[in-house]
Ligand binder design. Structure first.
Ligand SMILES: NC(=O)c1ccc[n+]([C@@H]2O[C@H](COP(=O)([O-])OP(=O)(O)OC[C@H]3O[C@@H](n4cnc5c(N)ncnc54)[C@H](O)[C@@H]3O)[C@@H](O)[C@H]2O)c1
Length: 253
């Protein structure tokens, strides 16, 4: 099936965090397919560089910067470099996260801080770094990736889910604060998406049974299902939409 074309995304500078694998990689691919200039940040150098090389070879404009997004100075340096090389960032996709499982009673204050750092804090500071570009350009669009884990009560993810619930809070406060600057901010909540990591670690026979029992759509959700919603929200086709949360989960929640 051919994907929709959003003419306004052609030539736009898009920043994606965690774009090397999973949903982020699908987002990077689809923006590159639109002719956007895509800068993405990831900690995983090998797969990320391979993705950028593949898309550039196919005619795209894709720049990978390696950084640990929990190091806010490194994150800001990478964002500044992407803006300097590709032009003013007018689309920001806050996607990076890490869903390591943890037992509630074993969570220490340091581990909790670490989960907040990898699942939330960077999204705030990426917005802080990119919004001046958007204001100067006359507007922009931010999409924060949330999670259904805090709505569904997923097991062994209390600190992760607590951090991810704030993706919606961050969406609401930024949308309110920067609507006057023509910056739209929305949140996409993926359901259980079949990324390489999910398949390798958690999609067993019990998991598959849960998918087909709980989802209204009787098929596995793919990274592209989420990426398509992200592109729509980033584009001018969603010109009146801000402050919203959209669920892409095949009808689970
Ligand atoms: N896959 C799902 O089922 C699912 C469900 C709900 C929400 N989500 C959300 O969707 C988004 C994407 O998730 P995913 O499943 O594709 O994740 P993933 O683990 O497959 O990919 C995450 C990417 O972020 C990168 N990353 C992780 N830690 C980093 C760090 N410290 N610095 C820089 N990069 C780092 C990883 O290298 C990887 O490329 C996340 O915000 C996640 O919370 C995913």
């Amino acid at each position: 099936m051919a994907n929709a074309i959003f003419p306004d995304l052609r030539g736009r500078t898009v920043l994606v965090t965690g774009g090397g694998q999973g949903i982020g990689a699908a987002i990077v691919r689809l923006f590159a397919e639109q002719g956007s200039k895509v800068g993405f940040i990831d900690i995983a150098a090998k797969v990320s560089q391979a993705l950028a090389d593949e898309l550039n070879k196919a005619g795209g404009t894709v720049l990978f910067k390696q950084a640990d997004i929990t190091d806010i100075d490194a994150l800001k340096d990478a964002i500044a470099d992407i803006s300097a090389k590709l032009g003013a960032i007018t689309v920001l996709i806050n996607n990076a996260a890490h869903d390591q499982r943890h037992k509630f009673f074993e969570v220490t204050p340091d581990y909790f801080d670490d989960r907040i750092a990898v699942n939330l804090k960077h999204a705030f500071f990426a917005a802080q770094a990119a919004i001046p570009d958007m204001i100067a350009a006359g507007g922009g669009s931010i999409v924060n990736l949330g999670s259904g884990s805090w709505l569904m009560g997923s097991e062994d993810l209390t600190a992760y889910a607590t951090a991810k619930s704030a993706a919606y809070g961050l969406t609401r406060v930024l949308a309110g604060e920067f609507g006057k600057d023509n910056i739209r901010v929305n949140c996409v909540i993926p359901g259980w998406i079949m990324t390489e990591r999910q398949i390798a670690l958690w999609v067993d026979a019990k998991g598959e049974e849960a998918i087909f029992r709980n989802q209204a759509l009787k098929r596995k959700m793919l990274p592209e299902d989420v990426a398509k919603a992200v592109l729509f929200l980033a584009s001018d086709q969603a010109s009146g939409m801000t402050n919203q949360q959209i669920v892409v989960d095949g009808g689970w929640i």
